[in-house]
Ligand binder design. Structure first.
Ligand SMILES: NC(=O)c1ccc[n+]([C@@H]2O[C@H](COP(=O)([O-])OP(=O)(O)OC[C@H]3O[C@@H](n4cnc5c(N)ncnc54)[C@H](OP(=O)(O)O)[C@@H]3O)[C@@H](O)[C@H]2O)c1
Length: 329
């Protein structure tokens, strides 16, 4: 496979290269692409130095698959240009997620919807991916009526600029700010930009994307997204109201049997998911599974995953693996 990684110098791009190597993805030719600022820089992959190239150069080389993580504006402009030359684009930005003509894919749930006609495939938002991996089997069994989500999101979810801001704040250096306030010793109830309805764009992503991935517009969803000074790994408190009643042990068993989910839930040993354990791993960790005693058919759980891996790079590469396996590229 001739593979292009677009945004190869960024946080997600970097992890993509790690994941491609770990999973031994069969690459015959690798194109590393970034903005004009980075053209000519070198990046090492499996012991070979690759020179970063620009977008037009990459289109001209007609890769089989282009893995995009270079922001929405780049995707809007360039994904169609790659698609035109026959490349299949798997895009990490929010540009195409809610486009009705594009598939929004979490392989464990809906990769089966993909066909050779899909030339631009959207990867969901990091908070959505980890949540739906855990929710899909529960939705199937008990029917989800309503979700109340609170996220505790790491700074790596914002990109390199935010990681630098926190590093500067640790060291007392005044530098460029990714956020309107300090993030060190703080919690910002403000992820991405505010919309007219008073929610942030990040809060509306799980609302819309969950319905699209689970293929059920009747699910009511409300979210509050908070940025916290954690380096890697998003955490989520999820309150779920089901149509049908459930048994908590059965929920635990169902999650235990779900691909991509690891249940970490033992109060006697203080076992529960935390970002420090999730960072660097591909699984979605679920714990603190308990009945919501304030409302009928309702459950609380705590879900943690590495936003750069399952939340971005790993999910993208799993989509690429599926395309290859099913000969869709
Ligand atoms: N971080 C996460 O957890 C996460 C999770 C899911 C999705 N995403 C999405 O993935 C994308 C990248 O996020 P990130 O965190 O990796 O950001 P980042 O660290 O800021 O990296 C951005 C990358 O995009 C490239 N880029 C920027 N403008 C470009 C342009 N005009 N043309 C070509 N390349 C350009 C940058 O190249 P230069 O180095 O040359 O500037 C860099 O490689 C975003 O769309 C983000 O929403 C991120």
């Amino acid at each position: 496979m001739k593979i292009a990684v677009v945004g190869a110098t960024g946080m997600v791009g970097n992890v993509m290269l790690e994941v491609l190597e770990e999973r031994n993805f069969p690459i015959t030719e690798l194109l590393l692409v970034a903005s004009e600022r980075s053209v000519g820089k070198t990046i090492n992959y499996r012991g070979t130095d690759y020179t970063v190239i620009g977008l037009q150069d990459a289109v001209n080389q007609k890769p089989d698959i282009a893995l995009f993580s270079a922001g929405g504006a780049t995707s809007v402009e360039w994904a169609p240009k790659f698609a035109e030359v026959g490349t299949t684009v798997v895009d990490n930005s929010s540009a195409w997620r809610m486009d009705p003509s594009k598939k929004l894919v979490v392989p464990e749930i809906n990769a089966g919807e993909l066909s050779t006609a899909d030339k631009i495939i959207a990867n969901p938002n990091c908070s959505t991916i980890q949540m739906v991996v855990a929710l899909a089997p529960l939705h199937k069994k008990y029917g989800i009526k309503r979700l109340v989500i609170s996220t505790y999101q790491s700074i790596s979810g914002t990109g390199v600029k935010a990681v630098q801001q926190l590093e500067n704040e640790y060291q007392g250096i005044k530098g460029e700010m990714a956020y309107p306030y300090p993030i060190h010793r703080n919690a910002l109830p403000h992820c991405d930009v505010f919309e007219d309805n008073g929610y942030t764009k990040e809060e509306m992503k799980p609302v819309n994307e969950t319905r699209k991935i689970l293929n059920d517009d009747s699910i009511a969803v409300t979210a509050t997204a908070v940025r916290i000074p954690v380096a890697g790994g998003h955490s989520e408190s999820i309150n779920i109201e089901f149509e049908k009643d459930f048994d908590v042990d059965e929920v635990r068993k169902l999650l235990h049997e779900t691909d991509g989910v690891v249940v970490k839930d033992n109060l006697e040993t203080n076992t529960y998911p935390m970002p420090i354990y999730a960072e660097g791993k591909d699984d979605v960790f679920v714990g603190r599974i308990r009945r919501d005693e304030s409302q009928k058919n309702s459950l609380n759980m705590w879900v943690v995953s590495d936003n750069l891996r399952k939340g971005a790079a790993t999910n993208t590469i799993q989509i690429a693996e599926y395309l290859m396996e099913k000969e869709l590229v």
